[in-house]
Design a protein around this ligand. Structure first.
Ligand code: SF4
Length: 370
């Protein structure tokens, strides 16, 4: 079982971000208590440990004190448990990283960090409204390299409309030899500051050619440096695949705790309510703080397709056939057309998207959905 804990607090709102978080930290203490209560609730509902991975994401989990983090991991361990081989990840922002914090995080039980670097260009960080500077990122990474955390991942964003130098940012990140890199193409999401600026014409969307060039640079440089591009946005050195995310992609059950978190047990999907105060109120009252939905065969098929096409090995056609809703057939005509235009490869019983067309993954997936 994989356990995700959502920590819905950030120091400031990044302009591109559509994750659930609040910039008010007034409810932090109460939220930590609520998350431990929610963990104990799910333990009584057929969710059994041990956890093969635990992931604290957000939001910005590193805004919590070591004591608060310990309280959450202790509750997770008490109710579900894990082994020495389990991956226990903490998402951190560079401004929170110091030798003392790293030592605390390690003694609390974390064995992997995911660091939100995004860019090394000061103008990019300002444009994104990140709460840290490039200098703080450098200091954080130096401290991590001198700590017991040998397993860490860096988050980066490319395809920015800022005209900054993506290859330089990427090279700076790789100089710290991260075992894992998650590199995301900038998304323009409704409801974000960036989304509003684009909608009102105050911000131009990134040029397609420049986004494609950033993506091609990313794929080339990562390959030259010996990283496996194992998922659309994920690169790793040998043995450093993210166990937690690989679980999502294999369709394994996962339990999500905290406002906005999702869970999936193989047939039912849950989504927790979002506003922090509402989540806390419902949990306190004992009235459902989540919605639940039984997935129908069509949704399961489309989800398997969507997840599988993000992976380097692609999606097994036999697996898709086994999931076909009755009366449905594989989308052979769409497969033929996509294969003819080079957007889809049929190899070893799998459909997969060539790396160079990774940016078209959503478009290709939509064409194949039932
Ligand atoms: S720190 Fe992370 S979660 Fe918080 S606003 Fe920025 S991108 Fe979103």
């Amino acid at each position: 079982m994989r356990l995700y804990l959502h920590i819905p607090f950030c120091r400031q709102a990044c302009h591109y971000c559509d994750f659930h978080f609040s910039t008010s930290t007034r409810l932090v203490e109460e939220m930590v208590r609520a998350l431990t209560e929610e963990i104990s609730f799910w333990r009584t509902q057929d969710w059994a440990g041990p956890c093969s991975s635990v992931y604290l994401g957000g939001g910005t989990p590193s805004v919590l004190t070591a004591q608060q983090l310990a309280c959450l991991l202790d509750a997770a361990n008490e109710y579900f448990g894990w082994s020495d081989a389990s991956e226990i990840t903490l998402e951190v922002n560079p401004e929170d990283v110091s030798a003392a914090a790293l030592s605390d995080w390690r003694s609390v039980g974390f064995n992997r960090l995911s660091v939100g670097i995004q860019s090394f260009a000061p103008s990019d960080l300002q444009w994104m409204n990140r709460s840290h500077t490039a200098h703080q990122s450098e200091r954080a990474l130096d401290a991590i390299r001198n700590s017991d955390f040998t397993n860490f991942s860096l988050d980066l964003i490319y395809g920015l409309p800022t005209g900054s130098d993506w290859p330089t940012s990427l090279e700076k990140a790789l100089a710290y030899e991260p075992p894992h890199v998650s590199a995301y193409c900038l998304g323009i999401e409704e409801g974000t500051v960036l989304g509003r600026r684009v909608a009102t014409g105050k911000q131009k969307v990134p040029e397609e050619g420049s986004v494609a060039s950033d993506h091609a640079t990313l794929c080339r440089v990562m390959q030259e440096r010996g990283y496996a591009h194992y998922e659309l946005s994920s690169f790793c050195r040998p043995g450093a695949r993210s166990a937690h995310n690989s679980g999502y992609w294999s369709g394994a059950p996962y339990l999500g705790v905290g406002p906005s978190a999702h869970s999936f047990n193989g047939s039912v999907r849950w989504q927790n309510l979002k506003p922090n105060a509402r989540y806390l109120k419902k949990l306190k009252e004992g009235t459902p703080w989540y919605t639940a939905e039984q997935m129908d065969p069509l949704e399961k098929w489309n989800e398997a397709l969507m997840i599988g096409l993000r992976l380097a090995e692609g999606v097994s056609v036999a697996h898709l056939e086994s999931l076909l809703p009755s009366g449905q057939k594989l989308p052979e005509r769409a497969v033929e057309e996509l294969s003819r235009s080079g957007l889809l490869l049929e190899e070893s019983g799998h459909w997969r998207i060539p790396e160079i067309h990774g940016l078209l993954t959503d478009h290709i997936t939509r064409n194949l959905m039932l």
